[in-house]
Ligand binder design. Structure first.
Ligand code: CP
Length: 318
């Protein structure tokens, strides 16, 4: 595996799930695979789970890890070619990626959407420029439009908790006071499409995701109708794709126990961090139906499976 930026970068989801499950059963079975290999993690945005779980995954494989918060600790990076760099940016991405490729065997990048320009965000400039100028594999730690490590952990969690071959999964929008990217929702749709599950999306009018991503998936604007008989309810806020970056604070869309009672004893999922009693009520997230800690735990093993594939492929091709 040369890069991990979306579900399209893996050959077989079945194989990856099985690999992650093996890692979970025995996290240290490959503890020598990453010896003398270094993982560099660059964060342009905050993180708790991605930062810690990816480090833990790398440690389980015997890798060394270096982490940098670019915005607070690094030089401001220039992305464009031919710029006269006499303003704010001090370091070009060509040098940054080239230098890091000498220090690291794998590079992880977190760079969120800025939610100002849809085209720029969907071009994935920072991630793609790192891939272009780095000479080592690059993994996405959440890009402007996708969060593949999260979705892999989510699919693994569903696989472990499903009681039927084709569960009904509802991805529902929920309110949030800040404009959030569409990355988690986009990615979740992309990964679930690769499974046999039935997926339904619920969101207010004006908040449909990118139609290229949701093609073939029913989108309802009535949350309660969508939730009927759901086996899994994945809640997430996203800002508008259509009216790019616009937010909506409609508390009627918060997930409550009353709404969960319409499901088929549905399990509650969220990627975290979550704003309690805005996105979801305490009653739901604290209930037995909540899978949020399992999802977060599975972040380690999804990352470990990805790093394992990259390291293994590197050995096979050396
Ligand atoms: N779910 C997730 O990516 O969490 P962090 O933003 O804390 O990494």
């Amino acid at each position: 595996m040369k890069q991990f930026t979306s579900v399209k970068d893996i050959d077989s989801l079945e194989e990856m799930i099985s690999l992650a499950q093996k890692m979970k059963e025995n996290p240290f079975v490959n503890k020598h695979l990453g010896e003398n290999k270094t993982l560099g993690l660059l964060f342009f945005n905050p993180s708790l789970r991605t930062r810690m779980s990816t480090q833990k995954a790398a440690m389980n494989l015997g890798m060394q890890i270096m982490v940098m918060n670019v915005n607070s600790d690094g030089w401001q990076i220039e992305l464009e070619n031919g710029t006269v760099m006499n303003q704010g940016t001090s370091e070009h991405i060509k040098e940054a990626a080239g230098v890091l490729s000498q220090y690291c065997d794998v590079i992880g990048i977190r760079a969120f959407a800025n939610l100002k320009n849809q085209q720029e965000d969907y071009e994935e400039k920072i991630l793609n420029k790192f891939i272009e100028f780095a000479s080592v594999p690059v993994i996405s730690l959440e890009s402007a439009t996708k969060h593949p490590l999260q979705s892999f952990a989510d699919v693994l969690t569903i696989e472990e908790n499903k009681t039927k071959k084709k569960p009904k999964i509802v991805l529902t929008w929920a309110p949030h006071p800040k404009a959030l990217p569409q990355a988690v929702a986009n990615s979740f749709v992309g990964w679930i499409k690769e499974t046999e599950a039935e997926l339904v999306i619920a969101n207010p009018k004006g908040f449909d995701l990118n139609p290229e991503i949701t093609k073939g998936i029913p989108v309802l604007h009535n949350q309660e109708e969508a939730l009927e008989n759901a086996d899994f309810v994945y809640v997430k806020n996203w800002s508008s794709y259509e009216d790019y970056g616009k937010t909506l604070e409609d508390e009627n869309w918060m997930l409550t126990q009353e709404k969960m009672d319409k499901t088929n004893h549905g399990k509650f999922m969220h990627c975290l961090p979550v704003r309690r009693n805005v996105v979801v009520s305490d009653e739901v997230i604290d209930s037995q139906a909540s899978l949020v800690l399992e999802q977060a735990n599975n972040r380690t093993f999804s990352a470990q499976a990805v790093l394992y594939k990259i390291l293994q492929d590197g050995i096979e091709n050396s």
